[in-house]
Design a protein around this ligand. Structure first.
Ligand SMILES: NC(=O)c1ccc[n+]([C@@H]2O[C@H](COP(=O)([O-])OP(=O)(O)OC[C@H]3O[C@@H](n4cnc5c(N)ncnc54)[C@H](O)[C@@H]3O)[C@@H](O)[C@H]2O)c1
Length: 450
C-alpha cells in the first residue's frame, strides 16, 4: 500500500493507532485519541500496567482522565495489550516509551528501538511510525534506516515522523490539548496524516520542521533552557543566602520587567525523566565535534551540588541550635502532585544525609513501600535504607529535629502549615522558599535563598 492510499483510509477512519508505552506520555495520548473516535490499541510491555488499566486502576495523577477513559473502554475503541496486532487496515504506530540516561549497557534509545522493532513485526507497507519519545543524536534517522532495512522505502510506502511530546504533568494551564507541537515528517502525505491524528490532540497545532535533527535539537534545547534557568536561580539563591536577602524578593522585583525575563523559582534541583536528561543529548552531540557545551555541563554540575548545599545548611543550623542529627524529608517526587520519583532531589538529599550518619525518615503521600527498589534504581542509588512515614501525624514528628520540605504537594500543604504554625518541630528547612515566616511560630524556619 502506498501512503496516498493510507491517507484516503485515514479520512474514512479505516485505520488503527497503536501506542507503545502507556506511561505519563502514552496513556493520556491513548485516551485523547480514543475519545476523538479513533480506534486505539495501547501496548505496554509491562503486564502489570495492562492488568491495572484493565481493572480501571489509574494512577492518582491520571484520575482526571478516568471518565474519559471509562467511556472509551465502554465504546470499545481503546484496546489494551502487551503485544501489537497484525491487521489489514493501515496502522499508525506512536512510540511513547521512556528514554533513560544511558549507562554502559543500555543506550538511551534502547526502548525506542525495541518498540519500533516490535511494531515492525506486525507492520506492512503503507503504515506510519510517529516517534514521540525525547531522543537526540540522530536517533530519528537511525530509526528510519531500521525501517528501510525491512524493505520499505521511507516517504513512499512507509512514513516516519518525529513529534516530541512537551507535556508537563499537572500543569493546569498548558496541557495536551493546547500545547503546540513541532513535527518532522518524512513526506507531505505523512504530514497530512499526522494533521488528522493531532486534530484530536491539539487541533493539529503543528509546526513542521524540515529535518529530524532540527526537531531533536529543539526538544533538547527546550529542556536545556529549563535546566540552565533552574540552576541559575538556585545558584542565585545560594548567593542570596550569603547576602542575607531573600531570593524571592529579587525574583519578584525582576519579574516586573516586561520583556527579556522569565521568573524561575528556587528548589532542591531539577529532577524527573526529562530536564536532567534531555540536555545531555546536546552535550553528546557537541562532544562529537570536540566542542564543550559548558553552559549545560555547568548547569548539570550545579544541579548535582544543590542537594549537598541544602544538607550543609541544615547540618550547620542543627549544630547551631544544638539539635540531634535527625531529619524527616517531605516530598520525594520530582515535582508536586505527581507520583513520579525518577531522578528526584528528595532521594539525593536522603542519600547525602545517610552518608553523614543522620537518622533519616521520609514522607510522601505518593510513596509506595512496595516500589522502593524501583525508586532507588530510578535514582541511581544503591542500598539506601530509611524509615518511611505513612501517616504524617504528630507522633511521626517525635524526636525529629528537622523537617526538610523538598516538594509542596497540594495534599501536604495544610499539614505543613499546621506543623509550622503549631511549632510541632524545632526546625523546618523549606527548599522551595514557600513557607512564610510567622512570628508566632517557635519553629526555626530556614530556606534556600533566605
Ligand atoms: N513524563 C513527562 O512528563 C514527559 C514529558 C515530555 C516528554 N517525555 C518523554 O516521553 C517519553 C516517555 O516518557 P514517560 O514519562 O511517559 O515514560 P514512562 O516510563 O512513564 O512510560 C514508558 C512506558 O513504556 C513502556 N515500555 C517500555 N518499552 C516498551 C516497549 N518496547 N513496548 C511497549 N511499551 C514499552 C514501559 O513499561 C512504560 O510503561 C520519554 O522519552 C520522555 O523523555 C516525558
Amino acid at each position: 500500500m502506498k501512503l496516498d492510499t493510507t491517507l484516503e483510509k485515514v479520512k474514512l477512519n479505516s485505520f488503527e493507532v497503536e501506542i507503545f508505552g502507556l506511561g505519563y506520555v502514552g496513556f493520556p495520548l491513548a485516551v485523547r485519541l480514543a475519545s476523538g473516535g479513533l480506534n486505539v490499541r495501547g501496548v505496554d510491555i509491562n503486564p502489570e500496567r495492562i492488568r491495572r488499566l484493565e481493572n480501571d486502576e489509574l494512577l492518582d495523577s491520571e484520575l482526571h482522565l478516568k471518565n474519559e477513559y471509562m467511556h472509551c473502554r465502554k465504546n470499545n475503541n481503546l484496546e489494551l495489550s502487551t503485544e501489537p496486532k497484525k491487521i489489514e487496515k493501515p496502522k499508525i504506530g506512536i512510540i511513547c516509551v521512556h528514554t533513560p540516561i544511558p549507562d554502559e549497557n543500555t543506550p538511551s534509545n534502547k526502548f525506542v528501538k525495541d518498540a519500533i522493532e516490535n511494531f515492525l513485526e506486525t507492520s506492512k507497507a503503507g503504515d506510519i511510525i510517529i516517534l514521540e519519545s525525547s531522543v537526540g543524536g540522530g536517533t530519528t534517522e537511525e530509526m528510519q534506516k531500521l525501517v528501510e532495512s525491512r524493505g520499505y522505502k521511507i516517504g513512499q510506502d512507509y512514513g516516519f515522523c518525529f513529534c516530541p511530546e512537551r507535556i508537563d504533568p499537572q500543569n493546569k494551564k498548558w496541557h495536551l490539548e493546547n500545547i503546540p507541537r513541532i513535527i518532522y515528517c518524512s513526506d507531505d502525505t505523512s504530514y497530512k496524516i499526522s494533521e488528522r491524528i493531532y486534530k484530536n490532540v491539539n487541533k493539529a497545532h503543528l509546526l513542521r520542521v524540515e529535518s529530524p535533527k532540527i526537531a531533536e535539537v529543539v526538544k533538547s534545547y527546550e529542556n536545556a533552557f529549563r535546566l540552565v534557568n533552574i540552576s541559575l536561580v538556585n545558584e542565585l539563591a545560594i548567593l542570596c543566602d550569603k547576602l542575607g536577602i531573600k531570593v524571592i524578593d529579587v525574583i519578584k522585583a525582576a519579574a516586573t520587567k516586561p520583556f527579556g525575563f522569565m521568573p524561575f523559582y528556587p528548589s532542591a534541583g531539577a529532577g524527573g525523566h526529562c530536564i536532567p536528561k534531555d540536555p545531555r543529548f546536546l552535550l553528546d552531540a557537541a562532544k562529537k565535534y570536540d566542542l564543550k557545551f559548558s553552559t549545560i555541563e555547568n548547569a548539570l554540575q550545579i544541579n548535582f551540588q544543590v542537594p549537598k548545599y541544602i544538607c550543609n545548611s541544615i547540618e550547620r543550623t542543627l549544630e547551631k541550635l544544638n539539635l540531634k542529627k535527625s531529619v524527616l524529608v517531605c516530598g520525594l517526587t520530582y515535582k508536586p502532585d505527581v507520583e513520579d520519583m525518577r531522578d528526584s532531589p528528595g532521594f539525593k538529599i536522603l542519600n547525602e544525609f545517610k552518608k553523614r550518619n543522620f537518622k533519616i525518615l521520609a514522607y510522601d503521600p505518593y510513596f509506595k513501600k512496595e516500589l522502593l527498589g524501583k525508586y532507588l534504581k530510578e535514582n541511581y542509588i544503591e542500598g539506601l535504607d530509611f524509615e518511611q512515614i505513612t501517616d504524617f501525624n504528630d507522633a511521626s514528628l517525635k524526636n525529629i529535629s528537622c523537617l526538610c520540605v523538598v516538594q509542596h504537594h497540594t495534599k501536604t500543604k495544610f499539614r505543613l502549615m499546621e506543623i509550622y504554625e503549631k511549632s510541632l518541630i524545632p526546625f523546618i528547612y523549606d527548599c522551595q522558599s514557600q513557607i512564610e515566616k510567622k512570628p508566632e511560630s517557635k519553629t526555626f524556619l530556614g530556606s534556600l535563598g533566605g
